[in-house]
Write a protein that binds this ligand. Structure first.
Ligand SMILES: Nc1ncnc2c1ncn2[C@@H]1O[C@H](COP(=O)(O)OP(=O)(O)OP(=O)(O)O)[C@@H](O)[C@H]1O
Ligand SMILES: [Mg+2]
Length: 266
């Protein structure tokens, strides 16, 4: 079983050209899709009459603040993207269905930000959440029946649906069904470190270089580690504009050296 996370960074190009189905075509194993799309919201902000509000963390990281209005627009945009993906697959004879309601998340209660005078202040956490579980049953059942579940990065807290990180959502979906592979499709060919592409790495190596990795890729690496810890066999980070099997492969650190104790496997 394979979970593919399609990054918002590449999604629009596929949707414009009506060729998203090419990602799935030719794969002969059950697939689930998780999609991103935060940047779609920014590029269509005017048509949604949306005025994003940004906050700065004490470490200087600027991010979108998800108030109630932002949450609602984010949810509408994610549903729109989801429908476009499903339509494109159906039009090419691939059975796809929207799947909502499988992820639970915890709302961030408080957020520490810097105000205009560069002083720390505590504000309400807004409507972003941290995924903490995914129900494997609907995903697995649909996949086994030959459908592709298409899943948006929206999870459910105790009193609201919440905007969640799509990489982490993909990790939880893949972890919940113990997928053989989780593939992150994005706009770079894989993980770059010291000007080279890393072809294969285990989680210990990834942890050791994480602090040198920039925004966007850092979240993918953290999500990769989580997915492998939940039982996913292998994570791939690659671009759909090249052979998807190239790119970076991340696997769990083997608890014992090869050959020693391997008779534990029965
Ligand atoms: N060491 C690195 N190697 C590769 N890419 C890196 C590295 N550091 C930072 N990046 C950035 O990570 C980006 C990919 O993550 P990004 O979040 O932008 O895309 P995505 O996850 O595909 O889209 P979305 O977040 O909208 O779903 C690359 O475009 C690149 O600029
Ligand atoms: Mg991203």
């Amino acid at each position: 079983m394979k979970v593919i996370k399609i990054g918002g960074s590449i999604l629009e190009k596929f949707l414009e050209n009506d060729n998203l189905y090419t990602i799935i075509e030719g794969l002969n194993e059950p697939v689930a899709i998780v999609h991103g799309g935060g940047n779609y919201l920014d590029s269509h902000a005017d048509s949604f009459n949306y005025h994003p509000r940004f906050v700065t963390s004490p470490d200087g990281i600027r991010s979108r603040y998800t108030d109630k209005g932002t949450l609602e627009i984010f949810t509408m945009v994610m549903n729109l993207i989801n429908q476009k993906i499903v339509l494109n697959l159906l039009q090419h004879g691939i059975k796809a269905v929207t799947l909502n309601g499988i992820m639970k998340a915890r709302r961030k209660e408080k957020l520490i930000i810097l105000n205009e005078n560069n002083r720390k202040m505590v504000i309400d956490g807004g409507y972003t959440g941290r995924v903490d579980s995914a129900d494997p049953v609907p995903t697995r059942n649909l996949m086994e029946a030959g459908y592709i579940p298409v899943i948006s990065p929206i999870a459910y807290g105790t009193d609201s649906y919440l905007n969640v990180d799509a990489d982490r959502a993909a990790a939880y979906v893949a972890g919940s069904i113990k997928a053989d592979t989780l593939t992150f499709l994005t706009n770079v060919n894989g993980l770059y470190y010291e000007d080279k592409i890393i072809e294969r790495a285990d989680t210990a190596y990834i942890r050791s270089i994480l602090k040198y990795i920039g925004t966007g890729m850092d979240k993918k690496l953290m999500a990769s580690i989580e997915a492998l810890e939940m039982g996913v066999k292998q994570v791939t980070i690659s671009s759909p504009f090249q052979n998807m099997e190239n790119g970076t492969v991340i696997y769990s650190q083997s608890p014992l050296p090869e050959g020693r104790g391997s008779n534990r496997e029965v």
